[in-house]
Ligand binder design. Sequence first.
Ligand code: GCB
Length: 602
Amino acid sequence: MKSIVLLISLLAVISCAQAQQTDLIANTDGRKTISLDGEWRTIIDPYETGYYDYRYQPSSDGYFKDAKPKTKSDLIEYDFDTSESLKVPGDWNTQQERLLFYEGTIWYKKAFDYQRKENTRLFVYFGAANYIADVYLNGEKLGRHEGGFTPFNFEITKLVRDTGNSLIVKVDNKRRRDAVPTLITDWWNYGGLTRQVKLVETPATFVQDYFIQLQKGSRERISGWVKLNGSKLDQKVTVRIPEARISKSFTTDANGSAQITFDAALTLWSPDNPKLYDVVIEAETDQVQDEIGFRTIETRGTEILLNGRPIFLRGVCIHEEAPFRGGRAYSREDALTLLTWAKELGVNFVRLAHYPHNEFMLREADRLGIMVWSEIPVYWTILWENSATLENAQNQLREMITRDQNRAAVIIWSMANETPLSNARLSFLKKLIDHARSLDNSRLISAAMERHYLNDTTTQMIDDPLGEYVDVFGCNEYVGWYDGLPEKADRVEWKMNYQKPLIMTEFGAEAPYGNHGDPLTRWTEEYQENAYQHQVSMLKRIPFLRGTCPWILMDFRSPRRPLPGIQDFHNRKGLISDRGEKKKAFFVMQRYYQEIRGALPK
Ligand code: GCB
């Protein structure tokens, strides 16, 4: 009998611990939050001693217990409070020289006090942790999150104390064959709590998520939904857009969901006029506010239509790499620097490669009027046949969409980059596409794909079978760099099997800023400039081309690029160096964008 009682209470403890995992709070900006950014105590743990015992079993008294010796004889071999600290947000690699190449586990600890309030729930929210995060509060496990570039949160209402809370996160960035991304990428595997960490307060029942966008194909009708979380799920919910004198009420069902549709005469968001409206979502027990832009995005044959008018996407690819200081970008200032450079180039579009970027990028793109391609790190050689890999990719896709589904700037969700053809890959990517469309049918779906030469060796053929399932075809090519010399572009013709718009999602050449020579000497700015000149003339000859994204705005760190004196572990294909110096090729692209700007509606 005693053991049954014990078992029941054990199960209760387990289910209580599980109940603390929560779906993502879509908009933390519109809520009361307490920042946990700053110095966190850290322990470098390459052998995961704080997690596994010496038989490689998960240990019950690992570092997450944050134990202290109680007597002078106690044996405890770690101490957060006398360990070194690292800054959060921030990757660990660029904070300490000895961590530059480190891939493994680091434990983070933040101590905090919190004044508990009645009828208020508390969550701990992580902007991102690369790659796996195990999160503990006061010795209890809250849960695990996998995926290095999307947000997640856990409810801590029941566990939080008034004083002396110990929040501990084990972050592990070891690469894995079955992970997303997999073992090899052309970017640095920056580890750590790379984005903001905050406590988020909500009422007992709160607006957890909402989708408020124009209905596909309509420029006058808003269509979406609101979702509540809590115990009082049936409520009256009002959506207000005060500037447009709109106030519409709906009733949530027993699951806390309400479909919303209403007519609205709004000024549409576009790069020329990035109009955002204050939108208030008001439930009986909660209220959140957001700034939302309204626009439509569709395709018709080989055209891309923004608000019903054909548009050419003058783009550039961007990695989430910090200008000037290096490492992961994480701040509004970083976002503004990158996007301002992109604007100087003449863009109306950016491809945020190769994973979801921090939320500042999306919020600032909304304000600056820059359309966005956003993607998940399904890159190169993913394990297509592994169901856990698919689940992981779907989860990252869902978290990306949940965070950014109300950003007018985002016009394209991209599923993958340069993935090799196979049936297993096609079926994997089709499932991702279905998943994306089920979450958001208002945006375009794409992927950056490859192409091949026909027997004549100068006709580039675009016929990836995935093309059938996307709205827009994205294509990466390096004519003039990996593929012949720059002048080869003059002889290349393009054919496509699909009546769909094409975006050239990558092309480029590599040169460190200030390295000069003649136009055929590799690694010189002149070679890069030469490659861009021939590229641009080739691009102009592609009738179904509706966008271009040179690779890449700014140089970035990559372990695949060791060439001493030239690369020094950086991919130098940037149009701008990591110190903000513009290379000659920048101006070739800038001229091209100036030229085509007038040719089509902006
Ligand atoms: C590509 C990849 C990109 C690389 C780039 C390069 O095709 O998509 O991640 O960094 O080429 O520089 O080779």
